[in-house]
Design a protein around this ligand. Structure first.
Ligand SMILES: Nc1nc2c(ncn2[C@@H]2O[C@H](COP(=O)(O)OP(=O)(O)OP(=O)(O)O)[C@@H](O)[C@H]2O)c(=O)[nH]1
Ligand SMILES: [Zn+2]
Length: 215
């Protein structure tokens, strides 16, 4: 059943929405269902997004251990909270919550990867040992999800150059990269260093303009 008007997409259906009060602002929560997998993806929105300057945006990959269980092995939970706070501070923005647990390999495989990391592998080596790519995520859903709200350009909160590149290839303009450096601690220091060395994450705190076509 579809409760709201939507632009047709061959990837995802927009289903419905509700109000979502949080400690920082009263967001609207929107539910999407992906055709090929049946996965339920979410958007949290605040303010008028279809007109005006590029809104602040976060494209967050599901991390049950970090987002829900307070895991300090990664920075995900702190990034989620920080992104929502920043959107609330501006009174306008969007967070997409994509069900790409474990960089796309799923929760059980992420726990397998963590176990390999306890035996000495880094986050990339562990994925490879399990027979997966270092990062198995795909961002194609982002286009129809942003189109739902009339968004063509964003100020993206991320440290991940692949995300900026992926959005550019989808035709979404990343007008600015806003760094999201939070919760570096003794448990995630190696993880963050590996992301910087092997996955190219940018660990600088300055906001940057993104040039067309440049990740
Ligand atoms: N396979 C695997 N996935 C992990 C591991 N640690 C965190 N994740 C997942 O990684 C995803 C978050 O990716 P990150 O690389 O932290 O961040 P990002 O989304 O690439 O980049 P930012 O926008 O800067 O946060 C979530 O889906 C987590 O579940 C790990 O050791 N192995
Ligand atoms: Zn995490």
């Amino acid at each position: 059943m579809q409760d709201n008007a939507t632009a047709p997409s061959n990837l995802v259906d927009y289903v419905t929405s509700c109000s979502l009060p949080t400690p920082w602002a009263q967001f609207t929560l929107h539910a999407f269902v992906e055709h090929s997998t049946g996965k339920e993806h979410l958007a949290m929105t605040l303010g008028d997004l279809s007109t005006g300057d590029a809104p602040l945006a976060r494209i967050h990959s599901e991390c049950l251990t970090g987002d829900v269980m307070f895991s300090q092995r990664c920075d995900c939970g702190a990034q989620l909270e920080s992104a929502l706070r920043r959107i609330a501070d501006e009174g306008r923005g969007i967070l997409l919550y994509l069900r790409q647990e474990g960089r796309g390999i799923g929760l059980v495989n992420k726990i397998r990867a963590y176990r390999l990391q306890e035996a000495g592998a880094d986050t990339v080596e562990a994925n490879l040992q399990l027979g997966f790519h270092a990062d198995a995520r795909n961002y194609e859903l982002v286009l129809p999800m942003l189109e739902q709200f009339g968004i063509e350009a964003v100020r993206l909160m991320t440290n991940n150059p692949r995300k900026i590149d992926a959005l550019g290839k989808l035709g979404i303009k990343v007008a600015e990269r806003v760094p999201l450096l939070v919760n570096r601690n003794v448990y995630n220091e190696n993880y963050l260093n590996t992301k910087q060395a092997k996955l190219g994450h940018m660990m600088t705190s300055a906001t940057e303009a993104v040039l067309d076509g440049e990740a």
